[in-house]
Design a protein around this ligand. Structure first.
Ligand code: ZN
Length: 284
């Protein structure tokens, strides 16, 4: 079990994937001619991010925002507001392209373009990376380690941080796992091309609260993944406020940014290449 700072029972990271229009553009290039579809992403930039920032200010909490390079270049002002409020900004690709493991040159190009945008527009050298839609590859995990990233947050194979293991039993970067059940997108993101139900706040809260309580008992990491275009809807922001209040009731939660968690965890844990839990599909 992880030992968290100040004797806290578990860690909670509030993370926001600020995709704006990129998740729609990358899903189908034809969406570039569909302002209706794209406007869902525009809402995230126009209304969602300010609503999230306002809530975090009220709650005096610091979040982690993963932002594609295209958004950094086209929504620079919003990204600056995020930084001004003291939040962490991480890498989230360039155009939110899903990783294709058979095209490592595209992985590299997307990685470099995202890094360039963060550095040139915001002066940010990101400590962390989250892959678009949770799709990653062994090559990308190796690339992130070689580029000096502290952590990745793309995989779903634990409720605690862990080290990746590269070929030759080399230590890789820290993984901060997540899961779809602690993500707003499956409950709230709707596309006319692939319609799915939109869930009530009570439904989402019941899943998030139950996952929180169970992971807290295990002493793990609750890595909440949200999208300003989804959680930024008026009643959904109220739902997030209710969820934060619920977690505060336990009095033993460490609210932290992803880099705080990765830094703390790696200071407490040694790398063991013999760890039976190591993911064999990542070892390259
Ligand atoms: Zn995303």
């Amino acid at each position: 079990m992880t030992v968290w700072p100040h004797g806290r029972r578990c860690a909670l990271t509030l993370t926001f994937d600020f995709d704006a229009e990129t998740n729609w553009l990358s899903r189908d290039p034809a969406n570039a001619k569909r302002p209706g579809t794209l406007s869902q992403g525009t809402y995230g930039a126009r209304v969602g991010v300010p609503a999230v920032l306002s809530l975090l200010r009220e709650e005096e909490l610091t979040g982690t925002f993963f932002i594609p390079g295209w958004v950094v270049e086209n929504r620079t002002g919003r990204c600056e507001e995020i930084l001004k409020d003291g939040h962490e900004v991480g890498h989230h690709g360039y155009l939110h392209k899903w990783v294709d493991p058979d095209r490592p040159e595209e992985e590299l190009a997307e990685m470099e373009a995202g890094l360039d945008a963060l550095r040139s527009k915001l002066g940010v050298v990101p400590a962390g990376y989250r892959s678009p839609a949770g799709e990653t590859s062994p090559n990308l995990i190796r690339l992130l380690t070689e580029k000096g990233f502290l952590y990745d947050s793309s995989l779903m194979d634990s409720v605690e941080p862990y080290y990746h293991c590269l070929s030759g039993d080399r230590r890789g970067l820290v993984e901060l796992p997540w899961h779809w059940s602690l993500d707003d997108a499956p409950f709230l993101l709707f596309a006319i091309s692939s319609p799915r139900p939109i869930f009530t706040n009570e439904h989402i809260l019941s899943i998030w609260k139950a996952e929180f309580e169970a992971i807290r008992e295990m002493g793990g990491l609750i890595n909440l993944v949200m999208h300003p275009q989804a959680i930024g809807r008026p009643s959904r922001i109220q739902m997030l406020r209710r969820f934060i209040e619920f977690t505060r009731g336990f009095g033993d939660v460490w609210y932290a940014t992803c880099s705080d968690v990765a830094r703390h965890w790696s200071s407490q844990n040694d790398f063991d290449p013999q760890d039976a839990a190591i993911n064999p599909f990542i070892r390259v």
